[in-house]
Design a protein around this ligand. Structure first.
Ligand SMILES: NS(=O)(=O)NCC1=CS(=O)(=O)c2ccccc21
Ligand SMILES: [Zn+2]
Length: 258
């Protein structure tokens, strides 16, 4: 049986097949603002996304992901805590069964209802797959979702959910600009971590935005209509697809803001 988020295959069991789960730079973490150190050397994030690189939206059985053409530098991240240029590969979300949980990172113990991950890979490597296992291979921008007014940019994604309800379903998804899902203020925390799903590679420079974006409670409910299960199998709601915070193990968390 493959990994998931249930008691018999969830985060507490991943170490059996992925021993790095007990590694020294695992993600997510609880971010304690008072313990983060302001680093004046951190540059502002420089994100430039080209909507024409948006390809499709997929239910991968763990989350809903939007995939981008990464054969050119047109959707990419530079500056911030990283050096070089990282190309956008995909973005996806993690969310709860109710509005009181769902994010992977927490802020002084506070859970948000969901968290967006924009996954980028270092172009010093030839591909995502090559970069994914390197210590400086990936940079993931995390954005918290909080309950508020309806988010019209999120609505464009949610409209596609009915056609990708079950695992393995995908549909074309064009001209979406992921920068519409970024908060107005790009202040961030950054630390060295890992993928939060198997294979849990310790290859991620995490960049977690301080300011959340909003989603309405109805929009959050729409995420919960997706299924972990494939068409024809017993319907298994896609909820609580988040890994809880992991030990910091001496790592520093830096803040780009005072
Ligand atoms: N939440 S997370 O972002 O740390 N992990 C997601 C992840 C795990 S993956 O290696 O399957 C993969 C392939 C392509 C893009 C992302 C991923
Ligand atoms: Zn993620």
């Amino acid at each position: 049986m493959s990994w998931g988020y249930k008691p018999n295959n969830g985060p507490q069991k991943w170490v059996e097949n992925f021993p790095i789960a007990d590694g020294v730079r695992q993600s997510p973490i609880d971010i304690v603002p008072g313990q983060a150190s302001y680093d004046a050397g951190l540059k502002p994030l420089n994100l430039k996304y080209d909507p024409s690189t948006c390809l499709d939206i997929l239910n991968n059985g763990h989350s809903v992901q939007v995939t981008f053409a990464d054969d050119t530098d047109s959707s990419r991240l530079t500056d911030g805590p990283i050096s070089g240029l990282y190309r956008l590969k995909q973005f996806h979300f993690h969310w709860g069964a109710s509005d009181d949980k769902g994010s992977e990172h927490t802020v002084a113990g506070t859970k948000y209802p969901a968290e967006l991950h924009l996954v980028h890979w270092n172009t010093k490597y030839a591909s995502f797959s090559e970069a994914a296992s390197k210590p400086d291979g990936l940079a993931v921008v995390g954005v918290f979702l909080k309950i508020g007014g309806e988010n019209p940019n999120l609505q464009k994604l949610l409209k596609a959910f009915d056609t990708i309800k079950s695992k393995g379903k995908q549909t074309s998804f064009a001209n979406f600009d992921p920068s519409t899902l970024l908060p107005g203020c790009l202040d961030y925390w950054t630390y060295d971590g890992s993928l939060t799903t198997p294979p849990l590679y310790e290859s991620v420079t995490w960049i977690v935005c301080k300011e959340p974006i909003t989603a309405s409670s109805a929009q959050m409910a729409k995420f919960r209509t997706l299924l972990f299960s494939a068409d024809g199998a017993a319907p298994d709601c896609m909820v609580n697809n988040y890994r809880p915070p992991q030990p910091l193990k001496g790592r520093a968390v830096r803040a780009s803001f005072k």
